[in-house]
Design a protein around this ligand. Structure first.
Ligand code: ADP
Length: 261
């Protein structure tokens, strides 16, 4: 039972310029597009303007340093729960039996990386035909006290452990480009990335300003590690109506494919 794993980027479902604003119409449309998927499905979403501003205000990603951060972790998690509730409700309205799975309660993280995760409930939900929905979260960290766990890392971990049939990351650009396409309109789209493209990947990071966990280089690195475990992934533009639907129906080559050697 190899599930399809789809990530809805924070930049797709929230307005990144305005704190705590959901892009409701986009979310409704994406929920309907996801309903076209056949077979087991896991959904992960990012934080966008819900998680990132609170997390950075309290320096959660830098680890535990002072008591104020306890409230910061609590508030960051709550902000993500609020976004998650919006996602779950949109999926339910599209007829999908979605159920939230809270990462901070079932993932063991050390140094910002997932060490293990309690997967039995997720597997059972999938077997029953439910759709587990996870999200980037503020989490306890065995070595640093606290961390921000990105949706991208959750996607890659789950896809490896559950032997996903495929991973689709929905973002707000057409895929990975030679430069940030938001700044350079002439940036060329890269159709395929393999582990041999190390130089190219390193150049992506140099060109971008990231929020706590985001950025294209991080996404590509997570997906390449996954490709080496035999799971292919594709980064597509989920802001363009119909693209995610075609991707979940099995179409390839809509954005940037990340595959193993
Ligand atoms: P999300 O929040 O949707 O997971 P991010 O905002 O972290 O996604 O990353 C997507 C963003 O990465 C795009 O909106 C784009 O502006 C930026 N970006 C930076 N460099 C690149 C690149 N080389 N190719 C594509 N997008 C890039």
């Amino acid at each position: 039972m190899r599930p399809l794993i789809v990530k809805l980027g924070g930049s797709v479902i929230t307005d990144k310029r305005r704190p705590f604003v959901v892009k409701r119409a986009a979310l409704r449309r994406l929920a309907r597009e996801l309903a076209a998927a056949k077979g087991p499905l896991v959904i992960v979403h990012g934080g966008g303007s819900f998680g990132h501003p609170v997390a950075s205000k309290y320096g959660i990603a830098e680890g535990y340093k002072n008591k104020n951060q306890l409230m910061g972790l609590s508030l960051t998690h709550r902000a993500m729960e609020r976004l998650n509730a919006n996602v779950i409700e949109a999926l339910q309205k599209a007829g999908l039996p979605a159920i939230a799975v809270q990462p901070s309660a079932c993932v063991v993280v050390s140094g910002g990386r997932i060490q293990s995760m309690e997967l039995a409930p997720v597997k059972k939900l999938l077997e029953l035909g439910l759709i587990p929905v996870l999200y980037g979260d503020a989490v306890p960290d065995i070595s640093r006290g606290m961390s921000i766990l990105s949706g991208d890392q959750i996607v890659a971990y789950l896809a490896g452990e559950l032997k996903a049939s495929r991973v689709i990351l929905g973002v707000d650009v057409d895929g990975v480009h030679m430069a940030n396409p938001k700044k350079d309109k002439s940036a060329i789209l890269i159709r395929k990335i393999t582990p041999a493209d190390e130089e190219l990947i390193a150049s992506l990071g140099a060109a971008e300003e990231k929020d706590v966990t985001g950025g294209m280089e991080n996404k590509v690195r997570e997906l390449l590690a996954l490709a080496n475990r035999g799971v292919e992934a594709e980064i597509v533009n989920a802001t363009k109506p119909g693209v995610l639907k075609r991707a979940v129906q099995g179409e390839r080559g809509l954005g940037t494919v990340v595959v193993g050697r």
